[in-house]
Structures are given as C-alpha cells and as structure tokens.
Ligand binder design. Sequence first.
Ligand code: ARG
Length: 271
Amino acid sequence: MTGKKHVVRAALAAGVLTAASLGAVAVAGSASAAQLPDGPKTRIVGGTIAHTADTPWAIQLSNSGSPDPTGEYCGSTLVAANKIVTAAHCTTEPASTYTAIQGRDVLSDKSTGKESKISNIWVDPEYGKSPGHDVAVLTLATPFDGVPTLPLETDKAADAVGAASIVYGWGDTEDTGPADTFQKVDVPVLGDSYCSDVYASEGYTPDGEICAGYEDGGKDSCQGDSGGPLVLNGRLFGVVSWGVGCADAGNPGVYAEVATYASELQAQIDS
Ligand code: ARG
C-alpha cells in the first residue's frame, strides 16, 4: 500500500521518538549486536562505529525542526564541493531550516566539523508521481572546498545479487547503541526479485530501487539514515530510501538506485 510506504518514509519525527521508547522490542538488532566484537557499543541496527575522517563525503543533513536535540534528520553525500545528494523525501522542509554538517562523528559534539546552510533544493520532478525517484540534489551556501567527493555509480547492472555494499548514517539504532553517532553496516545486495516479492504491495520498483540487507534481518539502515550513502566500489551506489521497520526478517532496506538517475543527478551537480 502507498499508505504504508508513506508512513515508513515520511516521519523521521515519529521514527526517532518511537525508537527511543521501543526499548527491548528491537530483538533482531540486539541479538545481532551481541555477536559482534563491539558488543554493546555497536551502532545503526547491527552495525559498528564509523569515522567521517575515513568517509569525508558522508554529510549529516540536520534540520532545525528535528525532534532530536542535535538536529539529526537525514544523511547525504558530498558529490561536488557545493553539492550533496540526498533523498527526495528528506527535502520537505524550507531550505533555510537545513544545515549540512561535514566531519562530525558525534552530532552532540559541536566542536568538530564544518557546517553549511543550503542555498537551493532540486528534487527529482517525478518523485511522488511515479515509483522510485527518491533523489534530490542540494546546493551548499558554503562549499566544503577540499573535501573528497564520491562519484556516482552509472552502471545499472551494478546491483547484482551479493554485491558487497555498505551503508552509513547517524540514524536510529533500535537500542543497539546511542543514535546521533556515525556508524556503518554491511548490506549485501539481495536483488530486485527478492524485494519485488516481499514488497509487492509496497510497490518496490526494480527500475530505480536497490534491495539490500539480509533475509533474516539483524543489520539494516533505519529512520534518520534516509538520504545517506549506500557505497559500492568507491561510488555512490544507492540512497537510503525506505523499509518496513528496520532489520526485521523479510523486510530489507530499499535504496534509490543512483545509476538509474545518474545523468539527471550529474546535470544538477554540474549546474
Ligand atoms: N525512511 C527512513 C528515513 O527517513 C529510512 C528508512 C530505512 N529503512 C530501512 N529499513 N532500511 O530515515
């Protein structure tokens, strides 16, 4: 149903508050985290701590209207000194309410990192009209000059089953660790046929979306990770888009397929 998808995509506000009060409900994530060497320090759902020094193109897209005190809102990726790619569904607020943050692992630690306001928002014009298209390009008022950028994946066949992609973000951990701390998790490509099957009623679109994660759940991106990078072979492969719950068996993460939209995104990046 469109309604269901809308719920999981839309409300970071609801997602953050819900996750905070969920406690022990996040069984899949907790069980998986317990088996990892980091134990209780693991982050995301079933992931580990990451460092923006290693992935300087990973940008926090914070918003002044976020219910989170740090402003944590969505992820994004630096693709040019003055351009970030994020999810279309992350761009519903006025441009003046966003701040892009580079190089800050722990969002409450405002002594680290660089910030920029957003001067322009471009949203894929087909978003909301046809399935997929959950991509947007934002222009930074203050370019992050000298910060390494991530190139776009342009090969539509890159989403072969088993491709070893990694997702990054500051989003909800479902009690596998505190949120608002940069983290990563391996999410292999599960393939279009798997998500076309399990997400038939949610409207998964193989032409424009990537299905990644685990059939048994345990590791996934989650609320607040939206818009952030799914990386494969040093390229921006996907953009965190939606899922039903997080890290639950049979409900993997869905990512906007960058290769499908690469030429329109590149046109915006170059503009
Ligand atoms: N819609 C979420 C957001 O706005 C991202 C959901 C990703 N869900 C998942 N199970 N991978 O932050």
